[in-house]
Ligand binder design. Sequence first.
Ligand SMILES: Cc1cc2nc3c(=O)[nH]c(=O)nc-3n(C[C@H](O)[C@H](O)[C@H](O)COP(=O)(O)OP(=O)(O)OC[C@H]3O[C@@H](n4cnc5c(N)ncnc54)[C@H](O)[C@@H]3O)c2cc1C
Length: 229
Amino acid sequence: MNVLKQTALAYLEKATAKRGRILDVRAWNPATIFEIDLHLPETNMYRWKQVQHMKVKVANGIYRDYSPAMWDCETSTCTLIVDAGHEGAGSAWVKQLRKGDDIVYLGIGPTPHKPADAGQMYCLGDTSTIAHFLALEQLADSPGRLTGTIALQHPNHQLEFTSYFYQTSLTAIAGKEKDKCAQLLPVIAPLTDETVYVAGNNKTVVQLRKHLRQQVSFKGSIRPQGFWS
Ligand SMILES: Cc1cc2nc3c(=O)[nH]c(=O)nc-3n(C[C@H](O)[C@H](O)[C@H](O)COP(=O)(O)OP(=O)(O)OC[C@H]3O[C@@H](n4cnc5c(N)ncnc54)[C@H](O)[C@@H]3O)c2cc1C
């Protein structure tokens, strides 16, 4: 990073950075997914009407976006679910977190995803979207109106998803394919008039959107949001 960018980031961090406290950290098995319970005393969660993302400091001058899920407005607590199945500054950061640590974040803001005014909603994504879609489900707050499929890598993660989030209407599937589009294609075939939310890997989002558009029986709307490439 050049000196100018580093200085600008240092200034921004000094002016706007907030702190949160880690209440607990849970690693899934294998330990490539981490749940982090956070207390964010400076955040007013009553204002959250769209799925949020927070810009978290993961190393000096390096920030990554993560989605706060399962929040409680009264206690200002929420949970991040981080996919660390690849090499990266965010993955390295999450693996060394411990209960009682503080985290630094630049801010929390809305993503374009919010519950549709009417009709069925269907979510499609990869491991990095678990928290994002649990958050959308929390906002929708209408059992049965939101369903969806999340493509994970490991069979045991699928079992853990079902056991930890037993109240969700989202379904996890597992498969080793790097190409999550191939894994998700069978579940889009029956879609007809839903509002479909697609998130995660940029290429997969584009491919799934294309497949849905080409499906003659599909008359619904698509709300894509790429996370990473
Ligand atoms: C609005 C928004 C919300 C997000 N919410 C979440 C969230 O709740 N949980 C979450 O885990 N991620 C989330 N992400 C994605 C996360 O910010 C990126 O994946 C981030 O780049 C990971 O940082 P990293 O330092 O680990 O990897 P990077 O340094 O950014 O990337 C290193 C390498 O890993 C690859 N890579 C990056 N992410 C993944 C991945 N998930 N799976 C496989 N390969 C990957 C990249 O292609 C690159 O080759 C969100 C992104 C956005 C834009």
